[in-house]
Design a protein around this ligand. Structure first.
Ligand SMILES: [Zn+2]
Length: 227
């Protein structure tokens, strides 16, 4: 009789494990992260997370953007646009759904700037003129920053969450809030990357995109689907 009970328990356990595995397969990285933020939302606003998720996914699908997810990434940036995909780095450290959505829309805007508006690829096009490069790059940063913040403002408005509560739920980290005033820091950072790419190119390596830079290149074979 004990053997029979153990057998039944085993069957139950196996069924349970199979169900869990199916759930893991069904849930994308994007959904998993949004689920995490849903937990922090008050019950009456949890459905807002679902409609935001639907909007983000249709925006990505309708425009055919290639978005990839990078797990356990310590690149020092939340996202990066490359010629192969927009990469969202492990958002585990992102403290609010606001930061997460900001990163997605900020990087998608860089994709639009280069693919649709043909603004050029400043990390590659002007390697020999840093002054021009950094100013052009900074203007594109400001544009991406504005675009992402406007998207979040629209999401908050559509959510009908009272503004004082929305301010907390969608709070952007100080770094993102202050981004437009960080031109010196960002320009310094991009000049450094450009310098390294120029050095690589001058020493005979092929440099066509930011994804050729070691800080990005080392992760390119570890990209996973995002949605
Ligand atoms: Zn940017």
């Amino acid at each position: 009789m004990w053997g029979f009970f153990v057998f039944m328990i085993m069957i139950d356990l196996i069924k349970h494990l199979m169900k869990e595995q199916q759930e893991v397969i069904r849930t994308s990285h994007f959904d998993r992260i949004m689920d995490k933020f849903r937990e922090g939302f008050p019950n009456e606003y949890k459905n807002v997370i679902d409609s935001i998720s639907d909007d983000v996914k249709s925006f990505i699908r309708d425009n055919n953007y290639t978005i990839k997810f990078l797990n356990s990434c310590s690149t020092g940036f939340g996202g990066v646009r490359t010629d192969k995909a927009v990469i969202i780095c492990s958002p585990n450290f992102m403290s609010s759904v606001g930061d997460f959505l900001y990163t997605i829309y900020h990087e998608i805007r860089h994709e639009q700037q280069i693919s649709i508006f043909k603004m050029g690829n400043p990390t590659i096009d002007s390697l020999d003129d840093f002054e021009e490069l950094s100013e052009k790059y900074w203007q594109m940063e400001l544009d991406a920053d504005r675009f992402a913040k406007q998207k979040i403002a629209k999401i908050v408005m559509n959510s009908k969450i009272p503004i004082d509560k929305a301010k907390i739920l969608f709070r952007l980290s100080q770094y993102i809030e202050d981004y437009p005033s960080l031109s010196k820091m960002v320009k310094f950072h991009i000049a450094k990357i450009a310098n390294q790419l120029k050095y690589m190119r001058d020493s005979g390596q092929e440099v066509k995109d930011i994804s050729d830079h070691p800080s990005v290149k080392q992760y390119m074979d570890r990209l996973e689907d995002f949605i």
